[in-house]
Design a protein around this ligand. Structure first.
Ligand code: 5AD
Length: 353
């Protein structure tokens, strides 16, 4: 092994032992990564995850309930300015029947994800949450509906929502400004995440890997922010361009770096719930399984009605059938069992306190 490779391997060993590294060491671990370190981190991350969670993967039923969005994020296919997107909203009845079907399939967590759609006032969204709570008292309800006020988050929590996913997108304020229009604010985003945690939600943050203008030092900032914030869940996936956005010709993020970072994140935050995302499954065949083998322990099959799935296109070629679809849980079960994992039928609450 070359001296440079030894140096990186030494950092990887220290990360596995101490669950943290100084920022400059994390930077080197990323910029000078090689196949050997990647393999080492992957095996350490996977073994650590297995000690905590066993060889089980948690499943979350994803219900994409609206693709209307008042925001205009440069990377996102459902941004307000995309006139090509065919807009839809699910009714309360449709959402409830997704949950009912999902419950029958074995799902005990429902994730209501949507754009920032002003139609879903606290009254409307709160009533949907309360109905799901009534229908499935033993299930966890996760919301992923963007930035709302402290009061709104509190009301939705009171209505029965347990968890909230709000990716921070980037922990670097300048980078945030290059991914979003001026109407959006880094400080507001970070404040919203603090509100969620303070109210008592199991809170998820995260970012895109290889998003335009992202550098290794920004990724270090993301890792540092997350380690300090202490999220219950972390969602990362490769940036994938969407043809009808300003970033249509930007390069995609890679599976390789995403998998590497999944291992680093597992080692830095051993108990965190870490999905192998749809974007990872889209960028490379078998991406989600590779994610599990790199330290991820959650997958989020799509429970949305089949007719709307193609309309929730955050990026080009998003997977929406095959083992990605909730009704094909058997396919997912098979592909996980091939790599030695089972599906957990439980809420799969966070072990982070
Ligand atoms: N590529 C990958 N991920 C994307 N997201 C939005 N647009 C894209 C894209 N083009 C991610 C964002 C958002 C989450 C719901 O999906 O990080 O928070």
């Amino acid at each position: 092994m070359s001296d440079a490779a030894k140096k990186v391997m030494d950092l990887a060993v220290r990360l596995a032992e101490n669950h943290d590294l100084p920022d400059d060491a994390l930077y080197t671990l990323i910029t000078e990564r090689n196949e050997e370190t990647a393999l080492f981190l992957r095996n350490e991350a996977r073994a650590l995850c297995e000690r905590i969670y066993g060889r089980f993967v948690y499943i979350r039923g994803l219900i994409e309930f609206t693709n209307y969005c008042k925001n205009d994020c440069y990377y996102c296919g459902i941004r307000r300015s995309n006139r090509e997107a065919e807009r839809y909203r699910l009714t309360e009845e449709e959402i409830l029947s997704c949950c009912e079907a999902g419950y029958g399939l074995g799902f005990r967590t429902f994730v209501l994800q949507g754009g920032e759609d002003p139609y879903f006032t606290d009254e409307r969204l709160g009533s949907i949450v309360a109905s799901i709570r009534g229908l499935c008292p033993d299930c966890a309800i996760t919301l992923s509906a963007g930035e709302r006020s402290h009061d709104s988050y509190r009301r939705l929590h009171d209505a029965g929502a347990d968890r909230y996913l709000l990716r921070h997108e980037t922990a670097d304020p300048c980078h945030y400004g290059r991914l979003h229009p001026e109407s959006m604010s880094f400080d507001k985003r970070m404040a919203a995440l603090k509100d969620l945690k303070e109210i008592g939600y199991q809170t998820g943050c995260g970012f895109m890997v290889g998003s335009p203008y992202q550098t290794a030092s920004m990724i270090v900032k993301d890792l540092r922010f997350m380690k300090e914030f202490g999220p219950h869940m972390i969602g990362i996936g490769p940036f994938l361009s969407h043809k009808d956005t300003p970033f249509y010709d930007m390069e995609n993020g890679t599976a390789e770096l995403t998998l590497y970072l999944l291992s680093v994140i597992r080692l830095m935050m051993p108990k965190v719930l870490l999905p192998a995302t749809t974007a990872l499954g889209t960028v490379t065949e078998g991406g989600r399984e590779a994610g599990i083998l790199s330290g991820a322990n959650v997958v989020m099959p799509n429970l949305s009605p089949a007719g709307v799935r193609k309309k929730y296109m955050l990026y080009d070629n998003k997977l929406s059938s095959g083992s990605e679809a909730a009704e094909s849980l058997e396919l997912l079960r098979e592909s996980l069992s091939k790599i030695g994992y089972g599906i957990a039928v439980s809420r799969g609450d966070s072990l982070v306190i």
